[in-house]
Write a protein that binds this ligand. Structure first.
Ligand SMILES: [Zn+2]
Length: 281
């Protein structure tokens, strides 16, 4: 880390020293090894071969992130308000850090402190509200999301850092939020939502659900009847007598019947295609 950045994080109270380490990396020789500093009068020293040097007190400190200060700064910089709740009951892994209203909706924000890229998969079963694709989850490292998780739900904090601001940039966050789809489809639950509100629950496994799932996978791109037909049939594992066109029209009609406002977001760009999209702005 750059020395200036380090000083800045210290000043912001985000880094704090937790402990004194017993070993540091030797920089007196070309071998990479650890060495134990020893006290010599008021100073600490390291020795390797015939070389030696003084060790600065800061070199011996083990630094840790002050979570409360970090969460406070994120909220202040990004204009997020509400209560901070540790969703992992003192485990300090996932916090609900409040909400922020945008043009179309109010978004709930979380902070995920993960030690391994797969941490979220373990936590998502424990923390129920986090399932909503509409939420935004800030992370300290990149997430390895499973195929049924929307990657756009996760924002690595480093992508929000702007050295011209206090630290995190609300402008950078806004750019990310505008790019997010207002329509979301949860492939696990089969719930189709707009701005976080449920439009229709399609269920977990049926032809209509897979029809929407395929269109969601290719969001805002036209999908041909043939491709839809292949996908749905592949998922259902059964044969259908109808032609692709007839089959897709039948599914579309069944969906429109269950949810009449879908014509806003489910369109036919051409006679042999369907497309799922955000509503016109
Ligand atoms: Zn050495």
């Amino acid at each position: 880390m750059h020395k200036k950045d380090f000083t800045r994080l210290l000043k912001l109270g985000i880094l704090k020293d937790k402990d004194i380490c017993t070993e540091i990396d030797c920089d007196l020789c070309d071998d990479s090894h650890h060495t134990t500093p020893f006290q010599n009068d008021a100073d600490f020293m390291i020795v390797c071969g015939s070389s030696s040097r003084k060790v600065l007190p800061d070199e011996l400190k083990i630094w840790t992130v002050n979570q409360d200060a970090l969460l406070g700064l994120i909220r202040k910089n990004l204009g997020i308000s509400g209560k901070v709740v540790d969703e992992t009951q003192g485990d300090k892994k996932l916090w609900n850090i409040g909400t922020k209203s945008t043009k179309h909706s109010t978004i709930a924000f979380y902070y995920l402190r993960q030690d391994s890229p797969l941490e979220f998969e373990r936590l998502r079963n424990e923390v129920h509200d986090v399932h909503n694709n509409h939420n935004v989850i800030f992370t300290n490292t990149n997430i390895e999301a499973q195929p049924n998780v929307q990657n756009e739900q996760f924002v690595n904090l480093t992508s929000l850092i702007d050295t011209g601001t206090s630290l995190f940039s609300t402008k950078k966050l806004d750019v990310i939020l505008v790019k997010r789809h207002r329509v979301q489809f949860d492939t696990r639950s089969g719930n189709l939502t707009l701005d976080g509100k449920l439009l229709h629950a399609f269920g977990k496994s049926n032809e209509r659900k897979y029809f929407i799932e395929k269109l969601w996978k290719d969001f805002e791109q036209p999908v041909t009847n043939t491709d839809l037909y292949k996908f749905v049939r592949g998922k259902m594992g059964n044969g259908v007598a109808d032609t692709p066109q007839k089959y897709c029209n039948k599914l579309k009609n069944a969906i429109s019947k269950a949810y009449s406002n879908i014509s806003n977001i489910l369109i036919q760009p051409q006679a042999n295609q369907y497309m799922l999209k955000d509503p016109d702005r």
